[in-house]
Every structure is written in structure tokens, then in C-alpha cells.
Design a protein. Structure first.
Lengths: 229, 229
DNA sequence: CGTTGTGAACTCATTCACAGCT
DNA sequence: AGCTGTGAATGAGTTCACAACG
């Protein structure tokens, strides 16, 4: 298991958003699918994730040449390469704004830190909520955001505020230097180009589900069993 | 259950998953964007949602011819048509299995019923949880699922169980007659073709965010500001 | 052999650009 | 004049199929 040279992997490779999602899925699947010898084939990954084997090979080839023809992919180096490509070969610091029910669930979500994300700050405007403690964190007032965010050097923001407050909150976070937002509010955020947004919109997902079911009625051939978004 | 006449809208139109998501977004945008006279143009919708105007026209044309050339789209009939296409021109009944923190947040989520989805049952296996009341619902034991689900005629299932339990739970729901699943557990569910699955996978979304930020560094041209997906 | 990596073909989605209505 | 609907052009993403290689 000679992590060979793999030196200056010059080509930090950009892939499409959809491809990045598939990479995440391969990452998760690789561990559990690995046959005893620490190897996986494109076929195994393919049906763990629900895509074609050709798709898997194409995706993995784009990440770097890490398969052995006739053999398969070494799980350890494969996952390392995917992590590097996705930018999850490090930890990320995030703050969360809007401490409602959803926020409380997120704070307690273990997978969060298990995947390399550390929640380092909670903020809210409501006086009843500010000062309370959730998990290990004390909720701070929004007024402290800028200063506090400087201190804890978070680069990501999680928005669990009501729709009406979302845009303003996003702007505050961006002004405070955040570079990416995960938005749970049902609105489209307008942010500068250098800020990334991932939206998790439950209402839209519900409608999507209704749509799929609605049609699996009328004609039994809509595809099923895929991820999100 | 005679889905009424529905005059001659012969073409119950099937669209791609991505297109369906955009339709949801137009639906949401239409209300707020409507100029006083109850009309919207493709351009207005386009920049409310963040897609091109041509895209909007293409999408809306596929739903039915409901624009007036030279005028725009009538918000009322537009939203009605989109709702019909998405299958959200009716209410849907859903049960939820796995009453943890996330479930509690979902139960209290108002948008749920506001969008036409009624939560009609909660189930869990843990004796400490069974029998407690959340919102207006009493948590029932999994053992009752089949019978209880028959009674309350739910057609959708929401999975907020731990990853290990997800597949088995999905199977129980499917066996009990559910036709669509919203899966919050970080695993791919294997279900029969006639059952639709929408996955909401936070870990993958987080990695997506990391990826986008990671690269907005290295080259400032990755697209941002889109939904999910 | 078995399995990857990849040109070439193909399919699906998006944009262009303009004819067609109002 | 303004804005939609849509053929045609383009582009992105996926699958085919096979050469390359351990």
C-alpha cells in the first residue's frame, strides 16, 4: 500500500455540481462496499449509488487516475482523492443563525462534526433565546455577529431564520466574511459571486415527492431512487 | 375516486425532475412578483428564480399554453396550472417514522401543512418515546404501523430514523402501502419501482457547500446561487 | 482474464433568435 | 410595441464500446 508519489497533483479538478454530489455518494459507499482486500470496482460503486458503471469510471477518472486496470480502485487512496477534490480533507467552521426547532435539531446532529464541520457559534435576535445554551454553545445576539465571527473564524453560515429575515441575515453574514451559506429558508438569496449558496428547501422537496407519486400513477415509468436534487 | 372531468387538458405533462423543481420555484415566485394587474412576464420570473427567461418560457409552455403573447402570464391561472402539473392541487397525507430531534422540528414546521401536506401519524420503536405527544399527535409503536396506516390512509412516508434502521423502515412503509418516501437518513433506499423516493441528505449538502467554497477560492467562476440539487 | 480510461455516439437540456399573437 | 411559443443551434452530461494494461 505504497501511497506512491501522487506529488503535485497539479490539476485541482473542477467538476459539475451534480458530479460533486455523486462523488460524495461514492465516498460514503466506498467504505461499506469495500471487499476484504480494500478494493472496489466501478460496478460495485455503481450499484451501491444507483448510477451506471460508466458514469462512475468517468467521474473517478476526472478526479485523478486512481484505478488499476484489471483490479479496481484502492478504497483508501480513492477516498483520499475524493476528499481532496471535494475540499473535505480539512475541517470547516460554521455558524448558525436563527435558533428555532430546526436549529436545535441541527446542533444535535452528530453527522455534522463527523463529516468535518464544526459549529462554532449560534445567533438569534429574540431576547428570550439569546443567552440560552444549546449543546455546548451559548446563543449570542445578532449584534455581536461581526465581532464574534471575526474571533471564531467561521467561513460558513447556516441560515435557519424565517423567510422574511433570510436576505438580511445573509447579507450580515456575508459582510462578516462568510464564504458559503447553507440556506434552510424558503427564499432565493441574492449574494455576491464569491459566496456560495446551497439551498435546502423542504417545501420544494415535498412538492417534488408529490409530483413523482402523482405521476407514478398515470404512467409507471418515472425514474425513482435518486438523490435530491 | 373519479378525478373529475378536467376538461380536455389531454396532455397531463411529464417533465424532468429538475424542471419540476423549477416549477415549484415559479409557483413560489409568482405570488410575490405579480405586478398589480395579476400578470407576470417570463423575465420577471426568470430573475426571481435565477434562470434565463427562455428557460422559464420553455418550462411554462410544457405545462400548457397559458401565456398571452404580448402580455405575459396570468398569475392565477399560471399557479393553478403548475399546481395541477406538480400534483399539489390536492392535499397529501404523510406519516413520519423515527421521532428524534429532526422529527420534532418537522412536526412543528408550519410550511408543511401550508403546502398541502398533512402529518397524520408518528411512529417509533423506543418505549420511552411511544405514547408521548408531539404537536397534536401521539407517537405510536412501529408494530401498529400497518394497521394504523390503513386507517389513516397516508400515501407518503417520512423517514427520520437512524441510517441502520432506514432500509427496514422503508420496507415496512412500502409494505403498508405508502407510495412515496422522503428520506432523511444518509443511505440509499432500495424500493420497488412504483415507490418514489426523495432524499434529503444533509451530509451531502454540506460537502457540496465545502466543495463550492473550496473552489471559489482557486478560480472565481463556479456558479453559485442555485437550488439544491 | 477482469477492469479501467476514454474517444465517439448519443441523449437530454438550455439558449438563440425570430415568427406569431395581442 | 411587447412578450410568448418554438424550431434550430448549441452545449452538457451520459452511455457505448473497446483499446490498454495489470
Amino acid at each position: 500500500m505504497v501511497r506512491v508519489v501522487e506529488p503535485l497533483d497539479s490539476s485541482e479538478n473542477r467538476v459539475s455540481r451534480a458530479a460533486a454530489q455523486r462523488l460524495s455518494q461514492y465516498l460514503r459507499a466506498a467504505d461499506s462496499v469495500a471487499s476484504g482486500d480494500g478494493l472496489v470496482s466501478s460496478v460495485e460503486l455503481a450499484d451501491a449509488v444507483g448510477v451506471s458503471a460508466a458514469q462512475v469510471r468517468r467521474d473517478l477518472a476526472s478526479v485523478g487516475h486512481l484505478g488499476q486496470r484489471g483490479v479496481g480502485y484502492d478504497v483508501a487512496s480513492l477516498t483520499a482523492a475524493i476528499r481532496r477534490t471535494l475540499g473535505v480533507d480539512r475541517r470547516w467552521r460554521a455558524v448558525l443563525v436563527g435558533v428555532g426547532n430546526l436549529a436545535r435539531a441541527l446542533v444535535k446532529y452528530r453527522g455534522f462534526s463527523a463529516h468535518g464541520f464544526d459549529l462554532v457559534g449560534l445567533y438569534d435576535t429574540a431576547p428570550r433565546i439569546v443567552g440560552t445554551t444549546i449543546g455546548e454553545l451559548r446563543v449570542e445576539p445578532m449584534s455581536q455577529l461581526a465581532e464574534s465571527l471575526k474571533r471564531n473564524r467561521a467561513e460558513l453560515g447556516i441560515l435557519t431564520v424565517p423567510a422574511e429575515a433570510a436576505q438580511a441575515t445573509a447579507e450580515a453574514l456575508v459582510a462578516a466574511g462568510v464564504r458559503g451559506l447553507m440556506n434552510f429558508a424558503p427564499v432565493r438569496l441574492r449574494v455576491p459571486d464569491h459566496v456560495a449558496v446551497v439551498a435546502v428547501d423542504l417545501a420544494i422537496q415535498l412538492q417534488q415527492l408529490a409530483y413523482l407519486v402523482h405521476f407514478s400513477d398515470e404512467s409507471p415509468d418515472v425514474d425513482r431512487t435518486r438523490l435530491n436534487t
